[in-house]
Structures are given as C-alpha cells and as structure tokens.
Design a protein around this ligand. Sequence first.
Ligand code: NOJ
Length: 579
Amino acid sequence: MKASIITILCLFILIGCTSEKPKEETTTPMATNSDWWKEGTLYQIYPQSFKDSDGDGFGDFRGIIEELDYLESLGITAVWMNPFFESPMVDNGYDVADYRAINPRYGTMADFEEMLNGMRDRGIKFVLDVVVNHSSDQHMWFQEARKSRDSQYRDYYHWWPAEKGEPPYRFSLFDPEGGWDYVEETDSYYLHTFAEQQPDLNWENPKLRQEVYDIMKFWAEKGVNGFRMDAFQFASKDITYPEFPEGYEKDFIKYHGLRPALHDYLKEMYKEVMEPYDVFAVAEGSGSTLQDAHDLVDADRKELQVAYHFEYVDMARTPAGYELSQFKKVFSKWDSAFAENGWVAIFLSNHDNARLVNRFGNPSPEFRTVSTQMLNTFLLSMRGTPYTYYGDELGMTNIDMPTIEEYVDIDAIGKYKSAMAKGEDMKEFMKVLNYSSRENARTPMQWDSTTNAGFTTGKPWKKVNPNYKELNVAAQDADPNSVLNHFRKMAHLRKGNLVLVYGAYDIILDDHEQIHAYTRIQGDEKLLVLLNFSDSDATANLPEGLMPGEILINNYASSPVDGDAVTLKPYQAVILKIN
Ligand code: NOJ
C-alpha cells in the first residue's frame, strides 16, 4: 500500500499542530552567560545565492567576505549558513560527501576561516548546518558500506537484506518510489527518508554517533558557535521496521522518527559537544506536540536549546493564504507554552519556503514595502530568537516559474513526478508549485541595479528576479524609508531593549480581524506593538488604562494613536512605549 505522497507531505508539514491548551501565565525567563542565542538576531545565508566573487555564477565565501560590513550594518548578531561541504549537490549541499571538506565552489578552508574571523571581529556568531540524519551516497562510508555486508561501515546505515523479501513500506520525502532502494552488490535495500542519494545514517550505532561528535568538535574548534541539526527528528527510528497500521499518516513523524532514543542521542551530544565547547544547537522540527518540543529543548533536559517547529510556516503553503486569527493563535500558543522553560525560534521563511512577502504580506508594488516592514517588525518584536532569511530584509519576492522545465530542485521535481503519476490536474499543480516552491527563495541576492543584480559577473546558477532593477540593496540603502533601513532600525531596537527578548508577551484586541496588537513587558519596560495586517485602514480602541507614549518604530509618517483611538494605515507597523 503506497500512501498518497501529497497527503503525507501535508501531514508532515503540519507536524507541530497540536491541540494542547497553552498555559495562561507569562513570566520573564532570565538570561544566563551563554544565552547569546536568545538575545541574538539570526540571519540565514544561502551561500550559493548570496554573492559570487569569482564569476562562476555561484555564491562563495569570498563574496560573503566582501559583504561583511553589510552584515554588520544590518545589526544582526549571528549567521546561520546552509551547508557548504563537499557534496555532489543533488540536494544543494544537503547531501554531504565529506563533512570536513569545503565544496570548492565556495572556496577553501582558509577562505572559510577568514570569513569566520571577519564575522567574529564584527560581533557576529556563526551557526553551522549539520546534516547527519543522512549523508550523500558518495560519502566514503556509504561507498564502502554498499560493497560488502562485512564492511566496517555497514552499520553506519540502515539495511534490509533481500532474503527477507521486500522491506515494509517507508515514505521518502523526495522519492516517489518510496524510502528503500536496492543495492545489487550486497543484495539488500538501504533506507533513505529523503532522496535515494541521501542514505539515512544509523544513529543506533555508537561508532557512527562518535564520528558525528568528532565532526562537530572539528568545527567547534574552528570557532563556530552553534549547530542547526538538519532533519534530526528522523535520526531515531524503529529499526525492527514493523508494518505501519492503517492511518499512521496522521502521526507521520512518530512512525518515521522521533523515537525515545532520540533524547539519549541528544543528551550524549550535549555532553560531548554542546557543554564542553559552549555552543548551542537547534534542530529542524520539534515533534508533533508541545510536549515533544518541551522534551527536546527545556533547559533542564540538556538536549537542544531552541525549538524550531513548522507550525508557523505551515500556515501559508498555498495561494489560499492564511487567516490573521489563526496566525495570532499559533504564535500566542507557542509563546505561552515556552514562557517558563525552553525557547523558540521566531521565523516565517527559510530556504525551504517561498518568499516571506508573498506568503504573509502583499507583494504588489503598492504594498510590498510597507507589508514587509510590518512583517519584520513582527518577527523582531516577538519573544524568541528571530531568524531572518537573506533578502527578506529587502522584501525580495517570489520569481515567476510557470513551467516545470525551469525547476532544478529535487523536491519540486519529485512532487511533479508523483502528481503526474497520480493523474492530478497539472495546471493546478503548477499554479501551486509556482507560488510555493522553495526555488522562489533561492534566487540571487539583489545587490544593485547592474547586470545580474551585482550578484555575479558570470552566468548566475539561478535566474535573477527581474525586479532587481528597482528592488536592491543599493537603492534601499539610500532611502531612509526603505525595507532595509526599517529592518536595521528594528534590529538595533531589539539589541538595545531586552524587553523585546525576554519581556512577557500579551495579546490585546484578540478578535480584531485586521490588527495584531500585543504588549511586551519586563519590569518598568513596557512596549506596545500595533500591526495592521490588511491593505486598508484599520481602527480600534485600546484597552482602558493602556497609555501610549513615545513612538519608537513607525513605517508611516503619521502617528496612529489619538487618545485611546487607533487608526492604522495599510500594513502600518508601530512600536510605542507605554506610559
Ligand atoms: C531539510 C532542509 O532544510 C532541506 O533543505 C533539505 O532538502 C532536507 N532537510 C534534506 O536534508
């Protein structure tokens, strides 16, 4: 029985949706010495698309070095960079062939070190993407393991001997054929949760785990400050491989991963790496319930430090968009659930999702600027650590790719093949793909209005969004009212006001259909955030006793408050002191 890939994918992306009741009270967790990752504003760099220094059309470390002052000017305090290791690039680097070697496309180890030092000199920490749920099938471990059942690397992966018959069905996120692939040399199947070129590593094997910790130590010794554990929920699975019961798709993640042993591995990793090197770790995904997330990140558990769940980004996956009421509910739920213990990442975009402004704002020329400013105000004024994806500080938009021939991403192509096989309405499919594909988020950074947006002097690996002529860093640098300068103001405001990091978050005007409003309070520090999520004026009356004071942030010239009456312009975003 092969389950519908789309159904499972929808379930997969819905993990994190829970029915638990949030706790009511909000308190103020205090910082410890190592809490830079709470107070930080993270900026995510997709290295292939950021800046090309040598004209080969791919972004590289020296390109990033050229833009270190730009990074500093943003006011961000840490960079998370997508993988740049030796790789055949089947999944743009999420298929690692050597965890200690740099893909020459990005430069050399010396370039990496120079980049890291340049960041350190500017007070910017570095978070490394660690892809160890799986390796590339080109990794030496797999190359050896596939040759012989007696290989010392055999148990680094998951195998099903063919003499036992066909293995029980397992889903693959990228392979419409399923999660097992046959290897003739040893007459057996290996497991891959992602593409067939991404065999899953066997975390049950203590030797494999030690290899991974050694890799992490190698990078910690180079000076990286944190790790993002890719797809780590899948690292622990039931290796007795039972047949799944009917309806297992409803709890997809529990069947394909998230076994209790995951916690043992994380505790071990904490002891081996996080604690001695004073580095932090965030895993991609955090289970399917609030309890799962707590079990992964609560400080007293000594496993991970930050929950990065998918419920935020899952709200706007299709052109149908999202409801503000749902948006408020989701963010409030996660905030109150982590008010006392644990910590969350605050984000609405990354390299696996279409652009922020297309999904949560309004990309039309009239509202692109103000709606992105409003979203960035939101992201940088919530409790948790904000993650900004490169280009979202400018309001970079989706690119129009109506035909499948333009796509290179393994995820898009896999989805297309399985939709074809199922006889889906391909016109409708392409409409959704064009809106939601992660390729939208991987177009070259728009630096200026010169050829290829100043990204490369060669042929860019991916086409540049044609709107670069007016939407670019140089133009926005010069405009005090630009999205970029608004982002800078927000990042600096957050840096200087710990109330925005630790202060209690309380939603007001809960039922308002256009306005999202909340207070952030820590001791005498009291702020009010007013955000209009709609393209028309929005009015409201503030709750009694809430006396608005000095305006700290405003993306319009006019003040929205008059006594207790508020009138917000389309997508107006305001932060005020409360008297
Ligand atoms: C999650 C990453 O974010 C995504 O880009 C990648 O394709 C998969 N993991 C597989 O590593």
